[in-house]
Each structure stands twice: as structure tokens, then as C-alpha cells.
Write a protein that binds this ligand. Structure first.
Ligand code: NAD
Ligand code: UFG
Length: 339
């Protein structure tokens, strides 16, 4: 059974990918410092898969912990999710972001080189496109970032590209996720943000279960059909499966390749509210507020390259996203915290 190292594997996207890996016959080994996740995730994955994933609680910046893990296991590939992702916090605490996201990636790459593991799938983000000049966004669009979080993603992308030029044994696949949402259809794993959510879908879901009073819509004066921001929302299980396609499509002269992971469809904030209300039968009250600093009007993917080169395309639409988001939130109103 092929072993895959999954950094950040107890997090939102990592946990769904661990389930997909197990279902596809891989043996994932998770390293996570539980900075933004908890051990309950392992119980839940075990309930879904009937297999408990191997878990090591460690920081990815800890060189001796990495050395021990690579000495014990022979990995086919690494999937690198670990890192911090809150844009606002990255502006206030940039060092925390550069350290976790960039130093963490460098420590991982050093351990991989030492132990001759040369394949890595990296969690990048559509944030590397900044305010796009045109939509749908292709992988060859200009890259530009507006905050330290985005900088860390672009820096790691650049590090990986440079390494692949310097030593052709390296093979890197950069997956640029658009907006990951939804949850596993079992309702056992999903997104459990700390404190008040920054992102739209967990916010809407928490309004629907009564944890929050009302959604604040950040601006209705954008140049979009209803004036609210348009994004490409991708079901997290589709996203998880993209990682399996990525690790099964490394080519002999692979180098460093980037793929958009989105549906190619854009939906507005109000489209999302309406679709969630339909799926859940709950009302989601909202108010229109001023624009949020740093937001762009419209972002959605041209996902053609990932279909062509790694054979991946999203299978789940808005109805499945809303059904699974509601199922998760409804079954776990307080996330992984039992009450
Ligand atoms: P998440 O916070 O749920 O998962 C990240 C995991 O990494 C957490 O379990 C956390 O405990 C762990 N972690 C953080 N720093 C670590 C460290 N130094 N050592 C070991 N473990 C560490 O986030 P997610 O939504 O699952 O995102 C996964 C990856 O995808 C991140 O790199 C994120 O930047 C990227 N991404 C996320 C989104 C999104 O909207 N969720 C969009 C684009 C890209
Ligand atoms: N929005 C609201 N109210 C809220 C939250 C969001 O109106 O309470 C709006 C935003 O203004 C935007 C849309 O909903 O128009 C989506 O916002 P999110 O915060 O859910 O997502 P973003 O597109 O702003 O950013 C997310 C991650 C970034 C990542 C990017 C692309 O937060 O880290 O997706 O993957 F880079």
C-alpha cells in the first residue's frame, strides 16, 4: 500500500483528502500540530473509513520530528496542506504566517531531499491571482498578491519552481484552490472555524443554526449581476479528489505544474444565500454593508487544464454543496466541540 505523507491532515481540506486517500487504497500518514484542528477528526475519519489514519502530532517546522517520520516511513509522495490561512490575521501577524507557511515548507523540502522523496502536491490558492484582469482565470494569468497570506503562497510556489529547475528529480504540482465549501456527505467531518467565521459559507451555516444573528453582505455595488461578490465555490470532496488525480498524474519530466481547482461557475453572495435557504429550509437574514477591504468583484476558474492534464473535473454542484454544508452544521452545531 503506497504511503502518502499528509501535512495538515486533520484540517478541513486535509481530513477530506485523508478519507479519499483511504477509500482509494492509499495509506496516509498525517503530521499536524493541531493549531487549527483537533483529534476528534481522527475518530470521525475512522467512523467513515473503518480505518484509523496514522497520526503524528508535530510541527512541520520541527526538523528532527520530520527526520524521524521520513526514517520510519517510505513515502510515495507528500501532500502539503499545513499552514495558516486567515487573510486578516496575516496582515496583523505577518511573521506568524511567513514562519508557518514558508519556513514550514522549507523544512519539509529539506527533509524530503534528505530522504529522497521527490514528489509533492502543494495547497496553493486563487489568491495568487490578486484582482484578476479577466475571468475565467487561466493558470497563465498574471500573479499578484495583496496580503502576507497571499505572499506566502506565492513565495512557496516560486521556491518550488526554482527547485524543480535546479534539480530535475523534483516533481511538484501546485493546486490553486478557488473557494472550498461543503462537507463530507456523512455529516461527520466539515469545516469548524475558530471564533466568528471570516468566510461566507460557514457564516451562513452558523446563522441558519442560530449561532449568529444575521449575515453581513460586504457590498452590493460591485460590477456583478446583483452587485454582490462572485466566487467559484468548490465542494471539498471534489477538491479532495483533485489531490488523488494530482498524485496519479506525475509525468517523467514533470517539473512544476500549476492547476486551477474550481468549477468554472461563478455565484454571487445572494445566490449562495438563496441556495442555502432552499436546501436547509431555514431563513438566513442579512444586511448590506460596506465593501470589505481587499475583496475583488469576481473570481472564477477556467478549470480546463486540470481536466486535460490530470483528468479532474468537479462532479458536485451548488445543490450538493448546500445539502452537505447544512447536514454538517445541523448535526454538529458546535463543530467538533461536543455540547
Ligand atoms: P485548516 O486550518 O483547516 O488546516 C490546516 C492544518 O494545518 C490545521 O489542521 C493546522 O492545525 C495545521 N497546521 C498549521 N500550521 C502547522 C504547522 N506549523 N505544523 C503542522 N501543522 C500545522 O485549513 P484548510 O482550509 O484545510 O487549508 C489547507 C490548506 O489549503 C492551507 O495551506 C490553506 O492555505 C490552503 N487553502 C485553503 C483555502 C480555504 O479557503 N480553505 C483556500 C485556498 C488554499
Ligand atoms: N462575504 C460576505 N459576508 C461574509 C463573508 C464573506 O458578504 O461574512 C462575501 C465576500 O465579500 C466575498 C464572498 O462572500 O464576496 C466570499 O468571501 P470568502 O471570505 O468566503 O472568500 P474569499 O473569496 O474572500 O477568500 C477565500 C479565502 C482566501 C482564499 C480565497 C481563494 O478566505 O484565503 O478564498 O481560495 F485565498
Amino acid at each position: 500500500m503506497k504511503k502518502i505523507l499528509v501535512t495538515g491532515g486533520t484540517g478541513f481540506i486535509g481530513s477530506h483528502t485523508v478519507v479519499s486517500l483511504i477509500e482509494r487504497g492509499y495509506h496516509p500518514v498525517i503530521i499536524d500540530n493541531l493549531d487549527n484542528s483537533c483529534r476528534t477528526v481522527l475518530d470521525r475519519v475512522e467512523r467513515i473509513c473503518k480505518v484509523r489514519p496514522t497520526f503524528i502530532e508535530a510541527d512541520v517546522r520541527d526538523a528532527s520530528a520530520l527526520d524521524a517520520i521520513f526514517s520510519e516511513h517510505d513515502f510515495e509522495c507528500v501532500i502539503h496542506f499545513s499552514g495558516l490561512k486567515a487573510v486578516g490575521e496575516s496582515v496583523e501577524k505577518p511573521m506568524r504566517y511567513y514562519s508557518n507557511n514558508v519556513e514550514g515548507s522549507i523544512a519539509l523540502l529539506k527533509a524530503m531531499r534528505k530522504h529522497e522523496c521527490w514528489k509533492l502536491v502543494f495547497s496553493s490558492s486563487s489568491t495568487v491571482y490578486g484582482d484578476p484582469e479577466q475571468v475565467p482565470i487561466t493558470e497563465s494569468a498574471k500573479l499578484s498578491v495583496t496580503n502576507p497570506y497571499g505572499q506566502t503562497k506565492l513565495m512557496v510556489e516560486n521556491i518550488l519552481r526554482d527547485l524543480s529547475h535546479a534539480d530535475q528529480r523534483w516533481k511538484f504540482t501546485l493546486l490553486r484552490y478557488f473557494n472550498p465549501v461543503g462537507a463530507h456527505e456523512s455529516g461527520l467531518i466539515g469545516e469548524d472555524p475558530n471564533g466568528i467565521p471570516n468566510n461566507l459559507m460557514p457564516y451562513i451555516a452558523q446563522v441558519a443554526v442560530g449561532r449568529l444573528e444575521s449575515l453581513r453582505v460586504w457590498g452590493n455595488d460591485y460590477d456583478t449581476p446583483d452587485g454582490t461578490g462572485v466566487r467559484d465555490y468548490i465542494h471539498v470532496v471534489d477538491l479532495a479528489e483533485a489531490h488523488i488525480n494530482a498524485l496519479e498524474h506525475f509525468k517523467p519530466s514533470h517539473g512544476c505544474r500549476a492547476y486551477n481547482i474550481g468549477t468554472g461557475e461563478g455565484y454571487s453572495v445572494l445566490d449562495m444565500v438563496k441556495a442555502f435557504e432552499q436546501a436547509s429550509g431555514q431563513r438566513v437574514p442579512y444586511s448590506i454593508e460596506a465593501r470589505r477591504a481587499g475583496d475583488v468583484a469576481t473570481s472564477y476558474a477556467d478549470a480546463g487544464l486540470s481536466a486535460k492534464e490530470i483528468g479532474w473535473a468537479a462532479q458536485r454542484g451548488l445543490a450538493e454543496i448546500m445539502r452537505d454544508q447544512w447536514n454538517w452544521q445541523h448535526n454538529n452545531p458546535n463543530g467538533y466541540t461536543e455540547q
